[in-house]
Design a protein around this ligand. Structure first.
Ligand code: GLN
Length: 246
């Protein structure tokens, strides 16, 4: 039995479209395998201790929420970057992917400094990108589809250091033209997919948990297969809905 130490960043400010549900999925999928999760909330004014965590989670937020946390986040940035360099698993969603990059210029033109754990930059576009989304992802030599819901004004552009999480099959993704979604660098995943994301995407949840367990144990980890009947049904339904909507 291994205790995985999860940091939930700014839970009071960065939690839209049920993003907090991702923490429940990570916790339950560990417990179903006889492991445990120690979830620690780290908010404004609270220290981020890089050696205390195996997984760092940040949900999405409106521009005003991102502005509220931006200066505190930049104070935490060096410690967060050192955690990423040490192989901690990261899942940062929507407003999170934007703040994981170099900068986010919001809809009112304020430029927020990003942490720099993903090589990307984001700037608000004309049109809000909203709707069901389905992508085909390749991660750690595994190929699988990921479904979710997106709602963002930010248009994200990747630099050479980060690679896309996947190709857009339906929806927008990082911006309104490149048909790629998300970003991956080291063991940091940024994505625009809300929902919450993980209940309908068990492969992604388990890949992130495998990374977190490997960080905690410093060993290669094989996760036992769970009965994912309901998650797979939900995934299929969301996937078909996304692809039939034009
Ligand atoms: N405020 C950011 C945007 O509108 C992120 C939104 C979100 O997290 N859903 O692009």
């Amino acid at each position: 039995m291994t205790e995985v130490r999860i940091c939930h960043l700014y839970p009071d400010h960065m939690n839209i479209y049920g993003d907090r549900g991702n923490i429940s999925v990570l916790t339950k999928r560990l417990q179903w395998r006889g492991h445990s999760a120690k979830v620690t909330s780290v908010g404004i004014g609270e220290k981020f201790m890089p050696n205390d965590f195996d997984l760092c989670y940040l949900g999405g937020g409106q521009d005003k929420d991102q502005n509220l946390i931006a200066s505190d986040l930049s104070e935490k940035s060096p410690a967060i970057r050192s955690a990423a360099d040490d192989g901690v698993a990261f899942l940062w969603v929507c407003g999170g992917i934007q703040l994981a990059g170099k900068s986010y210029v919001d809809a009112l033109g304020s430029e927020l400094e990003g942490v720099g754990i993903l090589d990307l930059a984001t700037i608000a576009g004309e049109k809000r990108l909203i709707g069901d989304i389905a992508i085909s992802a390749t991660l750690d030599n595994q190929e699988f589809t990921i479904v979710g819901y997106e709602n963002h004004i930010g248009q994200t552009h990747l630099g050479s250091e980060s690679r896309p999480l996947g190709k857009v099959l339906h929806g927008y993704g990082n911006n309104s033209f490149s048909k790629i979604e998300g970003a991956v660098q080291q063991r940091v995943i940024g994505t625009y997919l809300h929902g919450p994301l993980l209940p309908k995407n068990p492969e992604l949840a388990d890949l992130i948990l495998m990374w977190a367990l490997e960080h905690r144990t410093s060993e290669t980890v094989e996760l036992e297969q769970l009965n994912d009947e309901y998650s797979e049904l939900a995934h299929k339904r969301a996937f078909n809905r996304a692809l039939t909507k034009r």
